[in-house]
Design a protein around this ligand. Structure first.
Ligand code: ATP
Ligand code: MG
Length: 445
């Protein structure tokens, strides 16, 4: 079997062997190599205790990253390698952490504590692959299966429920039947897990290639920590522009947008306010006036609860609140959008609106055709350095004071007035013309 392994990792495994210890690459990196993917990180498991590892690698930088759990990190060139002693976990009385961990001399026992068969394989060049739980076969069949009894494994650590969905989504796998049914049955266990850990798995799930399928099949698991999605389930929009109910539309828009956390989160959240804003006109057609604002309120509550960073929160809330704002391929209206949103957010909003329109599932959407023309107009505005913010304006506060505007509030107000005139295309952005305009209007003499 060809098993490519970075030189740094091989050196570490060899040095352990030379010193009489067993050591293997283990977990995610073995899974990824077997799948032909490049691993995110390399983990090593060894029979050596941490203090022995530190002694063997005394000539290297070794960080005591998780000494209590038997983990140290060896810095090998640019590649940090986490090295953990073979470990068995004690009882999990809180559903989150083992009460204690103890070291073992047996690799098989260490593999048995790992979450899924595909994550419970080890490899070393000297002896090849160690696969005690059929991980390789599950990889071939694209199956996520708990090591051991799923009920027991989820009760030990409820996060594994979300990890199962996350791996299914990122790898494009399915959950084995018992692993799936137990995940749904035991979803209440997620309540005990720290929000930060839930967030990490949720974002990976959302950005995975099978996000749609997993959001659809496991909506009750997701609703366990984001109950705000429940009203969207099966909510008939009674609107000819929408082929799907609110939740299905949400899922379609998620799978349409590129797998960037901010964009996927925005699509996940953008219509959650719809059920609360639903009205029907006399002809029976459904409307959702004010739903972007309502969705933004719910989004804020969710993002805060899951402890997203402030930057993500701000960007997502801007996108959710504005997702219905028309973006037309016209310089004048785009300059105004640029003024309010800034270039970066406007470009994101464009992607959001495109995914939203595509996710409606109706055949011909003239708005989509018009959206497609926006980027070239936007490019022209940027390349020509057209004015769309106060700092681009050809006059500044000092110019206005010199021209006779009294110092104080009037200066700011006049600048804003001139900016609006320029955004509207009613006056060129030149100092002379702007001052002339003020004169003509009697604002200066
Ligand atoms: P990624 O590619 O996202 O890093 P990974 O499989 O390496 O995926 P990690 O969270 O880095 O996942 O964990 C490394 C390994 O540790 C896993 O492959 C698995 O063997 C084990 N592991 C991690 N978290 C758990 C858990 N909650 N319960 C049991 N085993 C776990
Ligand atoms: Mg990893």
């Amino acid at each position: 079997m060809h098993f490519p392994i970075p030189q740094e990792v091989e050196d570490i495994l060899n040095r352990f062997a030379e010193n009489g210890y067993e050591a293997y690459a283990v977990g995610g990196c073995v899974r990824d190599v077997l799948l032909g993917r490049v691993p995110n990180d390399w983990d090593v498991t060894t029979s050596a205790h941490p203090e022995e590892t530190m002694r063997i690698f005394a000539d290297r930088r070794v960080l005591k990253t998780g000494l209590k759990h038997g983990t140290v990190t060896i810095l090998s060139g640019n590649l940090p390698v986490e090295v953990t002693t073979f470990r068995v976990d004690g009882a999990y009385s809180d559903g989150r952490h083992p009460d204690f961990v103890s070291f073992t001399g047996k690799l098989e026992e260490d593999l048995a504590r790992r979450d899924f068969t595909v994550n419970a394989m080890a490899y070393r060049p000297q002896t090849g692959l160690v696969d005690c739980f059929g991980g390789r076969e599950d990889l071939n069949r694209k199956i996520i299966r708990c090591v051991g009894d799923p009920d027991k494994r989820y009760k030990e650590d409820g996060l594994r429920i979300l990890r199962a969905l996350r791996f299914a989504s990122t790898l494009g796998f399915s959950l084995e039947k018992n692993t799936a049914e137990s995940a749904v049955r035991n979803r209440g266990l997620i309540d005990r897990i720290a929000s930060e850990r839930v967030r990490v798995e949720f974002v990976k799930l959302l950005c995975g290639k099978s996000a749609a399928e997993n959001l659809r099949n496991y909506r009750e698991v997701i609703a366990q920590f984001i109950p705000e999605i429940r009203p969207a389930f099966d909510f008939d929009q009674k609107n000819p522009h929408h082929r799907y109910d609110v939740w299905e539309h949400t899922i379609h828009s998620i799978e349409t947008v590129e797998p960037e956390p901010v964009l996927r989160l925005t699509m996940f959240l953008h219509d959650l306010g719809k059920p609360m804003c639903f009205t029907q006109s006399a002809d029976g057609v459904g409307h959702f006036y004010g739903h972007p604002k309502k969705s933004a309120e719910l989004a804020k509550q969710i993002l805060k609860r899951l402890r997203f960073d402030k930057k993500t929160e701000n960007t997502v809330l801007t996108l959710v609140s504005n997702h219905d704002l028309p973006l037309l391929p016209q310089e004048r209206s785009l300059r105004k959008r640029l003024n309010v949103l800034g270039e970066q957010n406007l470009r994101l909003l464009l992607k959001v609106e495109e995914a939203d329109a595509k996710g409606k599932g109706t055949d011909k959407d003239t708005y989509l055709e018009s959206l497609a023309e926006v980027p070239s107009v936007l490019q022209r505005i940027i390349e020509q350095r057209q004015c769309f913010q106060l700092k681009d304006l050809a006059v500044n506060g000092e110019d206005l004071i010199k021209a006779g505007i009294p110092e104080g509030k009037a200066v700011g107000k006049t600048l804003q007035y001139l900016l609006n005139v320029v955004l509207d295309g009613k006056c060129a952005n030149s100092k002379q013309e702007l001052l002339m305009l003020l004169q003509k209007e009697g604002r200066i003499h």
